[in-house]
Design a protein. Structure first.
Length: 437
């Protein structure tokens, strides 16, 4: 059991370390390659479009050939497209070339999304794990947060030599990770089946219907997905726009500064992850934690755009990322509680696809807003859009579903209590949580 969780942490952490090596400099890299601000976010929006297009097909791979195969394919595609980014920049390519590469980079991430989580939960189920998924995912995000801290800081430092160096380092680390995953990751609690070419169309239709039936048609999960679309409009754009915007506020061109700021974002997410373990001991509902964290996130995002001070904008954005550190593992635990092993990877991929719809629109739309009116306007508009998520999360709370209750909490009356749940539902929720893995 511990070996499974440890392997999960290693695979998730190393993947994040490799991926994050370019995150603090990606926007600066594309600007240096000759793209305009709006073109940068066009390329980024195409990445999100790729996430939408490929989520279901790659979910088919994870739910048929296996979670391990999907994870390994993700590493290969991400490494190849990273090197293609370097080649395109070297050739002075147009935004359409970068967009095409971004589309397939999205394919790489869709092979990853859902597959590793599904592998973990299935493997834990096979050894009768009875712990709290919230805590496992929170610790996992602490690991990936620490990896992101190292990756973004390291990427920023490497970029001092040349903006291309972090991209080359990412590809090299992914090659090492492929070897590690090949030797340590094996499907447990899941039986693979052949994926015949003649049946791909049928499999796609089947998996799409599974995503709808076991994801979208579950009222609580549907509301969380809709909230995720609203957050997705802002978060991807806000993360990458922070690189040039904070340098603009500081009136500096020192690349290492954005590396440090991105590293601080990782620290804030780790703190948010740590708060989950503390708050779930007293809070009776997952929706309550998500609701409060979402409120803080929206308010802080608007504040980033309203101020013209670097020293105010950075802490405000750290509140945004810290809030995401609370929301993500709690939301993950809810999803896994209501999803069966047979359809887990597909539902996770479907959920990611829905969120990517917001990301695609946000990258393009907020990119145009920033191009016309400045980054500050983009943060104000984006922060306001994320507030749309609040009624959907409140809707989850009013449903009072068993999956919303957190097992083993000491929450009594008050904002963090599972009041409103019938006593039978509270008992059923505790049983569901203890056996979800």
């Amino acid at each position: 059991m511990k070996a499974i969780i440890r392997t999960y942490y290693v695979l998730a952490g190393t993947y994040t370390l490799a991926a994050s090596l370019i995150w603090s400099v990606n926007t600066l890299f594309l600007l240096d390659a000759g793209l305009s601000i709006s073109e940068v976010f066009v390329a980024n929006s195409v990445f999100s479009v790729g996430m939408v297009l490929f989520e279901i097909p790659t979910g088919v791979v994870a739910d048929t050939v296996g979670r391990r195969a999907s994870y390994l394919l993700s590493i290969v595609v991400l490494a190849v497209t990273t090197m293609l980014y370097l080649a395109a920049a070297s050739a002075g390519s147009s935004v359409w070339v970068f967009s095409g590469i971004s589309l397939f980079m999205g394919l790489g991430f869709t092979f990853y999304s859902g597959a590793l989580e599904a592998w973990l939960v299935d493997a834990l189920h096979s050894v009768d794990f009875n712990g709290e998924l919230d805590h496992v995912f929170a610790r996992s995000q602490q690991v990936t947060g620490a990896a992101m801290l190292a990756g973004t800081t390291g990427g920023g430092l490497l970029a001092q030599f040349d903006l291309a160096v972090p991209f080359a380092a990412r590809a090299a680390l992914l090659a090492v990770l492929f070897v590690v995953a090949w030797r340590t990751m094996f499907d447990m609690g899941f039986e693979s089946r052949p994926l015949e070419l003649s049946r791909i169309g049928e499999e796609l239709r089947t998996q799409a219907s599974v995503g709808v039936a076991h994801g979208w048609r579950q009222p609580g999960l549907r509301l969380l997905m809709m909230a995720g679309v609203a957050r997705g409009v802002f978060f991807g754009w806000g993360f990458y726009a922070a690189q040039p915007y904070f340098l603009e506020l500081l009136d500096s061109d020192q690349v290492w500064v954005v590396g440090v700021i991105t590293a601080l974002m990782s620290v804030s997410m780790i703190i948010g992850n740590q708060l989950v373990e503390v708050l779930t001991r007293a809070c009776g509902r997952r929706s309550t934690l998500i609701l409060w964290a979402s409120t803080v996130s929206s308010s802080a995002a608007i504040a980033v755009g309203l101020t013209n001070s670097f020293w105010v904008a950075v802490p405000a954005f750290l509140l945004v990322t810290g809030s995401m550190g609370v929301i993500s593992p709690v939301r993950q635990a809810y999803l896994h509680t209501v999803t069966t092993s047979e359809h887990r990877a597909t539902v996770i991929s479907f959920d990611s696809m829905i969120g990517s719809i917001g990301g695609a629109g946000g990258q393009f739309g907020l990119g145009r807003v920033a191009d016309a009116n400045g980054f500050s306007a983009g943060y104000v508009v984006g922060g306001a859009v994320t507030a749309v998520a609040l009624p959907f999360v409140w809707g989850v709370r009013t449903l009072a579903e068993p999956a919303d209750a957190i097992a083993g909490t000491s929450g009594t009356a008050g904002a963090c209590s599972p009041q409103g749940l019938p006593r039978e539902a509270q008992v059923d929720a505790r049983h569901a949580d203890s056996s979800a893995a």
